[in-house]
Design a protein around this ligand. Structure first.
Ligand code: FES
Length: 160
């Protein structure tokens, strides 16, 4: 399939779904078709689809997060911060806010350069070691704000 034909299919998808009632099922169906066309959903594609539908990109990002069959591409790091109650009591809310600010995470969950996808998890089942976060699946425990910032920066420079 050429890039041009992908673009044509994308336009057809947009045209069709623009006229459909706005429901979660419709958003999921549209994202599924886009993913089938492009192989995976990029942050750019999500932003564009959200604009076409007149909704926030964060709505679509949230759907992708909770749909097992939808997947994102084009980011290098997936950063997950635990926002479960026990980690929260130990200060993970401050960690979460500091990381979002430092990494300039937008409402769609991506850093400005789209290299980092930031999300949260309700519990990582390691409560006694909290506050916890993961970077590309690697677990980091007992995080303070300073340690979390250091860990994220050193992890990113290690993989750069
Ligand atoms: S609340 Fe964070 S690991 Fe359980």
């Amino acid at each position: 399939m050429t890039a041009k034909s992908q673009e044509e299919i994308k336009k057809e998808i947009y045209r069709y779904y623009q006229s459909q009632p706005r429901t979660q099922e419709m958003y999921t169906a549209m994202l599924t078709e886009l993913q089938e066309t492009f192989g995976a959903l990029s942050p750019k594609l999500l932003s564009e689809a959200a604009e076409v539908l007149g909704i926030k990109a964060s709505v679509l990002a949230c759907l992708v997060k909770f749909s097992a069959h939808l997947k994102l591409e084009d980011y290098k790091y997936k950063l997950v911060v635990c926002e479960g109650g026990r980690c929260g009591k130990r200060g993970n809310l401050s960690v979460l806010q500091a990381l979002k600010k430092e990494l300039q995470i937008g409402k769609d969950g991506f850093s400005r350069d789209k290299q980092i996808y930031f999300t949260t998890q309700n519990c990582m089942k390691r409560c006694k070691d909290g506050p916890n976060l993961t970077i590309n699946g690697e677990l980091f425990s007992y995080m303070t704000v300073e340690q979390a910032l250091d860990v994220v920066k050193s992890c990113i420079s290690r993989h750069a």
